[in-house]
Design a protein around this ligand. Structure first.
Ligand code: GLC
Length: 733
């Protein structure tokens, strides 16, 4: 539909119709069994509000959506189509690894393919928009939503935000296999005080702009169709009613001209924040801030009519919001085809097809991070009798907390994969213990019921017997999926006590034990590190997690993931991140000087740093070589290293470039990743890895708030993780 017709349509709509467009309802109000979403508000929603709503959250399935769309448009005075939106976060029905695991792959292009797959399945199921990518920068493992992010690094998050947006949206938003993407949560939601979800965020303007905004900018530059507001305050004003943030920064500075949707109930919650004096005030402030859609707080349908008729808020603001929504519907092609890609027959053929399963398996394999491998314990060797023990050996829930669209029954477990893919291997299987400590109660998009009636003693004994009988043991341990994701902040980052007890007992019986971890956040792994000879981080690997793990453990696939987020020594270090400032009293172990920035009782360094990971072979990396010692603004420096595979099998490494601005008008991080290259080498093979360092890579928010570089010395570090210290310097003139 051309823009003139949209303007005519807007002009012809009544006030109530326009107010309907800016309200998103839960599918529960339209369909009996759509996904229950979030904390349901006490909705003062009328039947008319439902029949005039512009968008729907939480309905999925081609037949159901087509039925709702058809009936809704017949009733609507101007027959305007609905937009169907949902959280397709790491897959629709074919579930691939959680976003934090995707970040570990350092393969944004692979995530883009996964997003494309998710869009293919979700669009066939009738959906139009997904509330993804979530690209909040995260440094605090106490915050359960780190699992939804791609990690702590500004550069890496931007790469993934761009790739995921492109994967969902493709070349044509009106396509039958594309979804509108919605980047979230704008902005700074990943930095809550004390790691407690929904808590206050306190960031300096510079930190906010330099670390937290760039990845959202990458999504906007990639053409993301929607932005979602965040629950937190920014400069002590809730983001959802923060006019400066939403109009001056998001729209004017960052150039976003799409639809801004609130998070679930967030407009109404500005009353609880103590900002809006009441719901009418909240409605006014949100509309003035440019929030186009009220997701489920109900203040727009409840209050906007009286505010506009009473002259308290301009109808022009409503028209502006409605026009952006109509334009989104137009870009999605819904006026021409309100059913878009919905196709019950296609649902049956594309969902969980082998091509999709294969992609999910590859994404899982690329996400695994080998953290420890003493004596080349892994990969396992055929002929060894191996006991696979732990609550995750035959567990189907490997999907993560935001994949309620996935069905755990579709998952191929570790045990199923071992029996199917490696029948000639000698495996013994034993659960050992439940995931959770007795009496732990969790709530979320699914049940946390464990098989309470299992004979715990018999399980335990069988595990110990298996460990005794085996040459080697692999323990499969981890968090419960309801311990990570939204509203799952934790103050203690250890594995459940019952699992730690199993670990200690099994390794006492058989020290030749490796541990595979299933978790959605960095954990305190000291006990695991002390007792296991090898540690493989598997995150929440998705529908094909079992086969991906068996292929990796048997050497058919090599782990090449690198940590997208630091694993702290313990929770006392948190928030911990590699790109910290040096301070005036930097501590470099084992300096005995007392008056330095350090702890009395724990190290400063995380247990495992950002960018770290091993493979099944080893590499050497030469000193950094620079092709020049100084450059001017229009020039560049080429930094090189020579990398050699010094092991006896092919392998992949991720060579990372870090820069440090030694002295500037504001303090600068000890290092920042500015690029990386994955390289695969045969045994004995070596290659040169070169990075071009351009002036724009040296820019930051200077003391006077401009985005610029400053002349001075820059250190260049190139290595296999953020812990690399091999450096050379050049001068920017
Ligand atoms: C939730 C989350 C948000 C999600 C939305 C809709 O509260 O904060 O990430 O997209 O509601 O489910």
């Amino acid at each position: 539909m051309d823009h003139k017709k949209l303007e005519t349509l807007l002009h012809d709509m009544t006030l109530r119709e326009k107010i309907g467009q800016v309200f998103q309802i839960s599918g529960q109000l339209l369909a009996e069994d759509s996904a229950a979403m979030g904390p349901m508000q006490e909705m003062g929603v009328t039947q008319e509000d439902v029949l005039l709503a512009g968008t729907v959250l939480g309905v999925f399935g081609a037949e159901k959506i087509c039925k709702i769309q058809k009936e809704y448009m017949e009733h609507h005075p101007h027959h305007i189509p609905l937009i169907f939106m949902l959280d397709v976060i790491n897959g629709y029905r074919t579930v691939y690894p959680i976003p934090l695991a995707q970040g570990a792959s350092f393969l944004p292009e692979l995530s883009g393919k996964c997003a494309q797959m998710a869009a293919r399945e979700a669009a066939a199921a009738g959906l139009h928009v997904t509330f993804s990518p979530m690209t909040d920068l995260v440094r605090d493992a106490r915050w359960g939503r780190v699992m939804e992010s791609t990690g702590e690094d500004v550069y890496l998050n931007g790469q993934f935000a761009k790739a995921m947006t492109g994967g969902y949206q493709g070349e044509d938003l009106a396509g039958e296999e594309t979804l509108g993407a919605c980047v979230k949560h704008f902005a700074g939601y990943g930095a809550p005080d004390a790691g407690r979800d929904y808590n206050t965020v306190q960031l300096t303007e510079r930190t906010f702009r330099e670390y937290y905004l760039p990845a959202y900018q990458a999504a906007v530059d990639a053409g993301v169709a929607l932005v979602m507001t965040s629950f937190n305050t920014v400069n002590d004003i809730p983001a959802t009613v923060n006019k400066k943030l939403m109009r001056e920064i998001l729209r004017d500075e960052m150039g976003f001209d799409g639809v801004l949707i609130s998070d679930f109930g967030a407009i109404g919650e500005t009353v609880a924040h103590g900002l809006s004096s009441d719901r009418a005030d909240a409605a006014r402030r949100a509309l003035e801030a440019g929030v186009d859609i009220d997701m489920m707080s109900g203040v727009y349908p409840e209050k906007l009519e009286q505010l506009i008729r009473g002259g308290k808020v301009s109808e022009d603001l409503l028209d502006e919001a409605v026009m952006r929504i109509l334009e989104l519907k137009n870009k999605l092609g819904l006026f021409e085809n309100p059913f878009k890609g919905a196709d019950p027959e296609k649902e049956k053929t594309v969902i969980l097809c082998e091509e999709h399963r294969a992609l999910a398996r590859e994404a899982a394999e690329r996400s695994f991070v080998l953290l420890k491998n003493d004596g080349a314990f892994l990969p396992l060797k055929k002929g060894e009798k191996v006991a696979l023990i732990g609550p995750y050996v035959s567990r189907k829930q490997l999907l993560g907390g935001w994949s309620f669209l996935g069905d755990a029954e579709d998952t191929v477990t570790v045990e199923e994969a071992a029996r199917k893919l490696a029948p000639e291997w000698e495996f013994i299987f034993a659960k050992g213990c439940p995931v959770l400590d007795p009496g732990t109660k969790l709530v979320g998009f699914g049940s946390c019921e464990e098989n309470e009636d299992e004979d715990q003693d018999a399980m335990w004994k069988a595990a110990c017997d298996a460990a005794r009988e085996a040459d080697k043991v692999v323990l499969f341990l981890g968090e419960h999926f309801l311990q990570t994701g939204e509203a799952t902040s934790r103050g203690i980052l250890e594995l459940p006590q019952i699992q730690q007890k199993l670990l200690r007992e099994i390794t006492a019986i058989n020290p030749d034990t490796a541990v595979v971890l299933f978790n959605g956040r960095p954990l305190d792994l000291r006990v695991v590190n002390e007792n296991a000879k090898a540690i493989l981080e598997a995150w929440m690997p998705g529908t094909e997690g079992g086969p991906a793990l068996i292929r990796t453990l048997t050497g058919a696939s090599e782990p090449s993931g690198r940590l997208p987020m630091s694993f702290p020594y313990c929770v006392g270090q948190v928030p911990v991140h590699y790109d910290e400032f040096p301070t005036g009293r930097p501590y470099h172990a084992p300096d005995e000087n007392r008056f330095l920035s350090k702890y009395l009782d724990i190290p400063n360094q995380p247990l495992y740093p950002f960018g770290y990971g091993m493979g099944y072979t080893t590499f050497s990396v030469s000193e950094v070589d620079l092709d020049r010692e100084e450059m001017t603004r229009g020039e560049s420096v080429t930094a090189k290293v020579t990398v050699r595979n010094t092991g006896d099998r092919p392998g992949t490494d991720v060579i990372q470039l870090y820069l440090h601005d030694v002295a500037a008008s504001v303090v600068r991080p000890v290092k920042q990743m500015k690029g990386y290259q994955r390289i695969t080498l045969e045994p004995g093979e070596e290659t040169e890895v070169a990075f071009e360092i351009r002036e724009e890579m040296l820019r930051f928010y200077t003391a006077d708030g401009t985005w610029d570089s400053e002349p001075g010395v820059f250190e260049v570090m190139i290595g296999e993780s953020s812990a690399t210290e091999s450096k050379k310097s050049f001068l920017l003139r």
